[in-house]
Design a protein around this ligand. Structure first.
Ligand code: FAD
Length: 361
C-alpha cells in the first residue's frame, strides 16, 4: 500500500478512534494524543449507549441525521469485520412504546418522523399481535407502538478496546495522558513540545471548546444494570411526559437505561431526580427490573453545536470533527468516510458536503 502521509489526531475518544483506524487501513501514518489512558474511560463515547437509530432520533433531529445514520448502518459491519476482537452488533430494529394515556404523543412522533423520511416502511405502527411477536414481555402493558425495523446497536465498551488494539497493531503512536495545549494547521502542541504533521485532526469533543466557542455540553446520565429477570431483545424507548427513556439490551443480561438530556456541562455525580426517573421508567417498562443490580453509572456531556448537527471545519492542514451530540455512533462512520475522500482529493465523493465549513486561517 502506498504511504500517504502523517496525520496527528488530537483526541482518541469515539471519533478519534474510528478516524485513526480508518486512516491506518488506507495507508496513512497516525499519531494520537489524548489526556486519557488507552481505555478511554473518560471519553463521552464510553458513556454512550451505542444505538444506531436514524429514524427514532428524527423526533427532534434534522433529516441529515437520518441520512448519516443510514450510511452508518451500512459502514459499521465493514468496520467491525476488520477488527480482530469481536464487538457486539445487531440490527434487529427498535421499538417505541407508550401507555394508553401517552398514545397521542406516539401518534405525533409517528407523523413527525414520516414527514422527514422517504419510505414510510421504515417506521411501522404495531398492534398487540405484532408486539407479542417482537417483545412478548411488553405486550400485556403496551399494546401498541412504533417499530423501526432497520435500526441497530453496538457495544461501545467492546468497541473502544477493539479499536485500540487495531490502532496499535497497525503501528500508530499513541501519546496517552498527554494534554493538547494548542493545535493548528500541521501542528499539535503538548506538554512534551510541538509535533508537525501533514494533517492535524481535531477530535477533542468538548475539549475543543477553547477553539470552538459555539460548542456546548448536553449532560446525559445513564445507568447500567444486570437484570436476569428481564427479557428484551432490542432497544425500547418509553414515551412519557418528561423525556423518553430508553432501555438498551447488551449481552449477558446487561441493560443500559438512559438517558437524561440536560443543558449543562456539569460532570457532577448522578442526581437523585435523574436516577429516580430512569429507574422508575425502566421498572414501569418491565417489572423484572425490580431485581436488577446496578453495575455502572455513566455521566457525560455530549458535544453539540447550537443546531445539534455535526460539523467538519477545515482549512489546509487542519480538519475538526465535532458536534456529534447524541449521534456519535450513528454518524461518525459516514463523516470519516468523507474525511478520507477529502484527504484523497476525491471531493466529488464527499456525501455530506453540507456539514463542511471552511475555517478562516
Ligand atoms: C449518556 C449518553 C448516551 C449516548 N448514546 C448514544 C447513542 O446511543 N448513539 C449515538 O450515536 N451516540 C450516543 N451518544 C453520543 C456519543 O457518545 C457522542 O456523540 C460521542 O462520544 C462524541 O465523540 P467525540 O469523539 O467527539 O468525543 P469523546 O468521545 O468525548 O472524545 C474526545 C476525546 O478527546 C480527549 N480530549 C479532549 N480534550 C483534550 C485535550 N485538550 N488534550 C488531549 N485530549 C483531549 C478526551 O479525553 C476524549 O478522549 C451518547 C452520549 C451520552 C453522554
Amino acid at each position: 500500500m502506498t504511504q500517504r502521509g502523517h496525520v496527528g489526531i488530537a483526541g482518541a475518544g469515539l471519533v478519534g478512534r474510528i478516524l485513526a483506524f480508518s486512516l491506518l487501513r488506507r495507508g496513512w501514518r497516525v499519531t494520537l494524543f489524548d489526556r486519557d489512558r488507552l481505555d478511554g474511560r473518560e471519553s463521552c463515547g464510553m458513556a454512550g449507549a451505542g444505538m444506531l437509530a436514524p429514524f427514532a432520533e428524527l423526533e427532534h433531529a434534522e433529516p441529515i441525521v437520518n441520512h448519516l445514520g443510514l450510511e452508518g448502518l451500512h459502514l459499521w459491519p465493514q468496520i467491525l469485520s476488520a477488527c480482530k476482537k469481536p464487538v457486539f452488533f445487531q440490527q434487529e430494529g427498535s421499538l417505541m412504546v407508550a401507555e394508553p394515556k401517552d398514545r397521542p404523543d406516539l401518534a405525533r412522533i409517528h407523523r413527525r418522523v414520516l414527514a422527514k423520511i422517504e419510505d414510510a416502511q421504515d417506521v411501522i405502527a404495531v398492534d398487540s399481535h405484532a408486539m407479542r411477536h417482537l417483545e412478548p414481555n411488553l405486550c400485556g402493558r403496551f399494546g401498541a407502538g412504533l417499530y423501526f425495523p432497520s435500526e441497530g446497536q453496538l457495544e461501545g465498551w467492546e468497541l473502544f478496546p477493539a479499536l485500540m488494539h487495531e490502532i496499535l497493531d497497525r503501528g500508530a503512536r499513541w501519546h496517552t495522558c498527554t494534554e493538547v495545549r494548542h493545535l493548528g494547521a500541521h501542528r499539535i502542541e503538548t506538554q512534551d513540545g510541538a509535533h508537525e504533521f501533514d494533517w492535524v485532526m481535531d477530535c477533542r469533543g468538548l475539549g475543543a471548546r477553547p477553539d470552538l466557542k459555539r460548542l456546548r455540553g448536553v449532560r446525559g446520565e445513564l445507568i447500567a444494570v444486570e437484570a436476569p429477570d428481564v427479557r428484551l431483545t432490542r432497544p425500547i424507548r418509553l414515551i412519557q411526559p418528561r423525556f423518553p427513556v430508553y432501555v438498551v439490551p447488551r449481552p449477558d443480561s446487561i441493560y443500559l437505561i438512559g438517558a437524561t438530556v440536560i443543558e449543562s456541562d456539569s460532570l457532577a455525580p448522578l442526581s437523585v431526580r435523574g436516577g429516580l426517573e430512569l429507574l422508575a421508567a425502566a421498572y414501569h417498562l418491565d417489572p423484572g427490573f425490580a431485581t436488577a443490580r446496578i453495575c455502572n453509572v455513566s455521566i457525560h456531556c455530549r458535544p453539540a453545536f447550537p443546531d445539534n448537527v455535526p460539523r467538519v471545519l477545515h482549512r489546509p492542514g487542519l480538519i475538526r470533527l465535532n458536534g456529534l451530540y447524541r449521534h456519535g455512533f450513528l454518524a461518525t462512520p459516514a463523516i470519516v468516510a468523507d474525511v478520507l475522500a477529502h484527504l484523497a482529493g476525491a471531493l466529488d465523493d464527499i456525501q455530506f458536503p453540507e456539514l463542511w465549513h471552511r475555517e478562516s486561517e
